[in-house]
Ligand binder design. Structure first.
Ligand SMILES: *Cc1c(COP(=O)(O)O)cnc(C)c1O
Length: 478
């Protein structure tokens, strides 16, 4: 009997069959990566890739999953040492499937009872590791570090601003936030979205280690005040994106306390050290922050994008988006932890908590400790290898799992930026390793983030050998 397309598409047996096939394909893909006999990056330039999709995939009988797998960068390949996205823990990918099927991710409790309650448990875990008092702190999971940082900056303004811009609009206000010149660009963007403008972002210069220069904070603050700005917040990077440098959170915290500023910690990348006894000292002082952001898709092996935003005082979180008069929100009834939409930017969201919790449920928080420690340790050993080789120069000592370095041509210390760019491009096209690049003090550096716990010292050495070969062929062909 002919059935409708809808009948067929919702048929559980069809799902079962396709699901088993899919899992087999994905498991084979994971296996190939471990064997390292496939390239990390099957590079196609944008126009070529678009043509392939147009001719080989779009409305063709092509196996869609096979096509996607063949033409995607492989984060599970140990040759992946590029941007700071986790090779997803396979079990968390399975949780994503459950989330996608159930679609229980509501702003209101009824639409996501389990996910909402799990989210509260997870936030309590974060709060505990940060050093907050659990009963008075709060938080939620949200769609990425960028949105989480914007949400925290909005909370800073709502809770510290002299004028309630949420009600009155931003006309005739001169507010500013202070942040490292090495901070992720999303802080700058958040400030501009809030209407603070270019002058509303006070960029603090950094030391040789690319951490905020504490000495510079006071004078910059005084200057802003003398120019009529109301400084509402100071943001610490834990760590910075380019070089993985941690700011001195203790110093920033005491400065914030002295001037009555909101103290926010952008721990999108490196906040996960709260799960590591060994590396936790890097975020000394974090417990005094008014808000902390930690990405789960970076150092916690979760699928993208899931970010925790944790507040020291729950009142500030509820106050952030409350349209009604202040007195309403001091009432206990209004602080409904179970209706997440009161505090989140999003209305609908995914069942994010399920994905993060699945990891902890299966492997305990120990796996997070092991992941952070392994990656940070490996970056240190990689930097030792670089130090032992005269052909390379480190940008700074790695504090996290991010290593920036440049190739030095023998007898020519004045190596140009173009050479680093050409090396990077050649590596991209060759595909065995995937690394990225960054600019520091006007100089281009090659940049590696050790994200895969299975990348070995031999592979670091092989990468450096490849770079030398590429460099000499580039020089030779001049
Ligand atoms: C990655 C990163 C962000 C942005 O987070 P997304 O999840 O990519 O939006 C913000 N701050 C820092 C320090 C980061 O490393």
């Amino acid at each position: 009997m002919p059935t409708s397309t809808l009948d067929q598409a919702y048929d559980p047996e069809e799902f079962r069959k396709l699901g088993h096939l899919l899992i087999d394909q994905l498991a084979d893909h994971l296996e190939e990566n471990i064997k390292m006999n496939v390239k990390t990056m099957p590079w196609s330039p944008p126009e070529d890739m678009y043509s392939k999709v147009s001719s080989d995939l779009w409305m063709q009988e092509t196996d869609l999953t096979d096509f996607v797998l063949r033409h995607s960068i492989r984060l599970h390949n140990p040759g992946y040492i590029g941007h700071q996205i986790s090779p997803t823990l396979p079990i968390a990918a399975l949780a994503s499937l459950t989330s996608a099927l159930l679609n229980n991710g509501g702003a209101v409790f009824e639409m996501g009872m389990t996910a909402t309650s799990l989210e509260r448990k997870l936030i309590e875990l974060y709060a505990d590791r940060i050093g907050y008092d659990i009963p008075t702190s709060t938080g939620f999971l949200t769609s990425g570090g960028t949105l989480a940082n914007l949400t925290a900056m909005l909370a800073a303004r709502r809770n510290k601003g002299h004028k309630d811009v949420w009600i009155s609009g931003g006309q005739h206000t001169k507010m500013a936030v202070m942040v490292s010149e090495q901070a992720h660009y999303c802080i700058d963007r958040a400030a501009r979205i809030m209407g603070l403008g270019e002058k509303g972002i006070i960029k603090i210069p950094v030391t040789k280690q690319f951490s905020v220069d504490n000495e510079a904070i006071g004078p910059l603050y005084d200057k802003a005040i003398s120019e009529g700005y109301e400084v509402i917040a100071i943001v610490g990077s834990a760590c910075s994106t380019s070089t993985g440098s941690y700011d001195d959170l203790e110093y920033m915290s005491s400065f914030a306390a002295e001037k009555n500023l909101w103290f926010h910690v952008d721990g999108a990348h490196g906040g996960a050290v709260i799960f590591s006894e060994k590396y936790k000292p890097l975020v000394k002082g974090i417990a005094t922050a008014d808000s902390v952001v930690i990405d789960c898709h970076k150092m916690m092996m979760s699928p993208s994008i899931i970010t925790a935003l944790v507040y020291k005082n729950e009142g500030t979180a509820y106050h952030n988006f409350s349209p009604e008069a202040e007195y309403l929100f001091d009432s206990v009834e209004a602080r409904e932890w179970y209706n997440l939409g009161k505090r989140t930017f999003e209305c609908t969201k995914e069942m994010m908590s399920l994905k993060v919790y699945t990891i902890i449920h299966h492997y305990g928080t120990e796996i997070l400790t092991e992941y952070v420690d392994t990656l940070y340790d490996k970056a240190k050993s990689f930097s030792e290898i670089l130090k032992d080789d005269d052909s390379f120069e480190l940008a700074c000592e790695p504090m996290a799992n991010i290593v920036c370095f440049r190739f030095l041509q023998p007898n020519d210390q004045n190596v140009n930026n173009q050479l680093q760019l050409s090396i990077r491009k050649a590596l991209l096209e060759e595909g065995t390793y995937y690394i990225v690049q960054t600019k520091l003090n006007g100089r281009i550096y090659l940049r590696c983030t050790v994200m895969n716990p299975f990348t070995t010292a031999d592979q670091f050495m092989d990468l450096l050998a490849k770079i030398k070969t590429i460099a000499s062929s580039l020089y030779g062909s001049r």
